[in-house]
Structures are given as C-alpha cells and as structure tokens.
Design a protein around this ligand. Structure first.
Ligand code: NAP
Length: 308
C-alpha cells in the first residue's frame, strides 16, 4: 500500500515516522521530496495546489485535522474520493482547557484587573456567580459537545447551538437559524466551534454579536472566516462586548500590522487552542486506513454537500 503525505509543518519527518510506525504495511511517500508514485491513500494538511495532480488511484484522503475547509477548498481535490477528518485525537481535552481558562478569565474579571494593573489601580470589583454566567457553544459536534459537557460539569449554565436538534444532559440545546436569537440572548461567553462552510462564514458579525447582552465576551477557536473583524472591533469599542479571545484568523500568522494584536480588549493566541498531536493523529489515521482497506466503515467522512 502506498500513502502520499504532506503536512504544512516545518519538519514533516516525525509525522511520517509516526504514520509508518502505526501502519507498517504501508510505504509512506513525502510529496515534498518529489517522485511519489500513484498512491492508495493521501494523508495531508493544507496540501499545495499540485498535491493531487496525477493521483488517480486514491481510495481516500485523510485530513490531518478536524476542520476540512482547507482541503475542500482545493480545486484539484478529486470529486469521487472520500475525505475523512480527525475525530478529537487529543484535541477535545485541549479545547476544554482553553475554554475553561476563557470562562474564568472573564467571570473573575481578570481582563479588568489586567487593565487596572497597567494604571496601578487598586480597583476591587463586585464578585460574580458562576451559576449566573451562561456559556453558549456554537457547534455541538465532536469538539463542541465535549466542551459543553466540561463547562456544565464545572457548574456553568451551558447552552448549545447546532444545525440539527441535539440532546445533551444538562445543556440547553437550540438548532437552526430560527433559534439563533433565543440561543444568544442570555449568553455571557460565546464560544465558536463551528466548521467553516458557506452557511457559517461571517456568522460572528454585528447583527449576531449584537444579540448578546451588553458586557458579553467572545471566544473564536474555530476559523478566522467565521468572524467579521471590523464588526467585532466596533462592538468592543462601544463596550457592547467586554472582550474577545481569538485563536484563529483569516490570514495566519496574523500580520504584525493587525489592530487585533494591540487592542486592549483582545487576547490573541497563535492557533493553539487544540494542536494536532503527532502520535494520536497518526495512530487514528492508520486505524482508519486499515478499516477502509478491510471494507469496514469509518467515522468522520466529510459530507461534501454540507461542507463538514
Ligand atoms: P464537527 O464534529 O463537524 O461539528 C460541527 C458542529 O457544528 C455540529 O454540531 C454541526 O451541527 C454544527 N453546525 C455546522 N453548520 C452549522 C450551521 N450552519 N448552523 C448551526 N450549526 C452548524 O466539528 P468539530 O470536530 O467539533 O470541530 C469544529 C471546528 O473546530 C472545526 O471545523 C475546525 O474549524 C475547528 N477547530 C479548530 C482548532 C483550533 O486549534 N483552533 C482545532 C480543531 C478544530 P450538526 O451536529 O447538526 O451537524
């Protein structure tokens, strides 16, 4: 079995070595080194335009990530080959930690205290109760459902929004565009964990973020394309929103000239809310390839029509 590999990594060798170890029956070819034969499987993250050229034998494309928006946008992507995403693979626990930090940061007003410290202000603010600080999770998929349950277990009221109706114990679930306003109305911390599709691009905009109560905060850990940056900055500047924690951007690395780096109410992190783990992801991909070879079903096949 031949596997074609490309990952947008400074050094892809540890990834290829982990894949070769998890799938010893395969020959793993580094696309970047050139000269790879027609392969049975492609394992890739953000492959360059020429990656799929001449690959007419592919049985499946394994995406080294949960979000498949980048590979689906590739105009050379073969139409009839299934694309399979990573399911959690160690990302869920990282997302839980990231969102929990954001929730306590805003609940305990660490953003206000950081600004007060800059002015040497000893300014004690009234306490706030966790039970009166609803967290709203947009997207109740592999990662969103996990984060929702984690925040619920920490004692926050949690509500979630998805395309189709869901039932998660202790989480108030909303579905579809008609339920978006009701979902957003009481949310103090809005977390975006949606896939980037035609239906969700620009969904964090003046209108939707304006539906949040005054003083709410935003966490975007999905994709930069979900957020209309100018709308966020306007809502922060007129204090409708208290703050934002942004991990993802339309252009990454976030350009040094971006106003977001210096905005006093924005925390920027460099797309680290859930990093793809070498061993976990390559072992999962190896197991999926093996299942496909044996004609067994795999989870995480992307529905190309809906885009996730
Ligand atoms: P997933 O399992 O595909 O779940 C997506 C969720 O979004 C589902 O609940 C889906 O609803 C909902 N959804 C999709 N379109 C919608 C729409 N138009 N309106 C309302 N809800 C909609 O995805 P996941 O594994 O949880 O990952 C979510 C995203 O996180 C990825 O796509 C990726 O962009 C991002 N991500 C970021 C990082 C990072 O480091 N920053 C790491 C990993 C992933 P249904 O359940 O009804 O289909």
């Amino acid at each position: 079995m031949d596997v074609l590999f490309f990952a947008e990594e400074p050094d892809p060798r540890p990834w290829m070595a982990a894949l070769a170890q998890a799938l010893p029956e395969a020959r793993v070819h580094d696309w970047a080194a050139g000269g790879a034969p027609a392969c049975d499987y492609a394992v890739c993250w953000k492959p360059p335009a020429a990656f799929f050229a001449g690959q007419r034998r592919l049985k499946a494309i394994l995406n080294i990530g949960a979000g498949a928006d980048a590979v689906l946008a590739d105009t050379n992507l073969p139409l009839d080959v299934p694309v399979v995403r990573l399911d959690d693979a160690g990302m869920g626990a990282q997302m839980e930690e990231y969102v929990a930090w954001c929730a306590f940061h805003f609940l305990r007003r660490m953003d206000d205290y950081a600004r007060a410290q800059r002015d040497a202000l000893w300014d004690r603010l009234p306490p706030r109760a966790r039970g009166a600080f609803p967290i709203g999770i947009m997207g109740l998929g592999v990662l969103g459902a996990r984060v929702a349950a984690f925040m619920r277990d920490l004692g926050f009221p949690v509500r979630g929004w998805s395309a189709s109706p869901k039932a998660i114990a202790g989480v108030e679930c909303f579905a579809g565009p008609q339920a978006l306003a009701a979902f957003l109305a009481p949310v103090r911390l809005l977390v975006c964990l949606l896939p980037l599709t035609d239906a969700t691009r620009g969904i964090l905009n003046r209108e939707t973020l304006g539906m949040l109560p005054r003083g709410a905060a935003l966490v975007n850990i999905a994709r930069g394309g979900h957020l209309v940056e100018a709308d966020l900055i306007a809502l922060l500047d007129d204090a409708h929103l208290a703050g934002a924690v942004l991990d993802v951007f339309p252009v990454e690395p976030l350009p040094a000239a971006s106003a977001l780096w210096r905005h006093p109410r924005v925390v920027v992190t460099p797309h680290v809310s859930a990093m793809t783990l070498v061993e976990e992801s390559m072992q999962q991909i190896a197991a999926k390839i093996r299942a496909l070879e044996q004609g067994r079903p795999v989870v995480g096949v992307i529905d190309r029509a809906r885009g996730y």
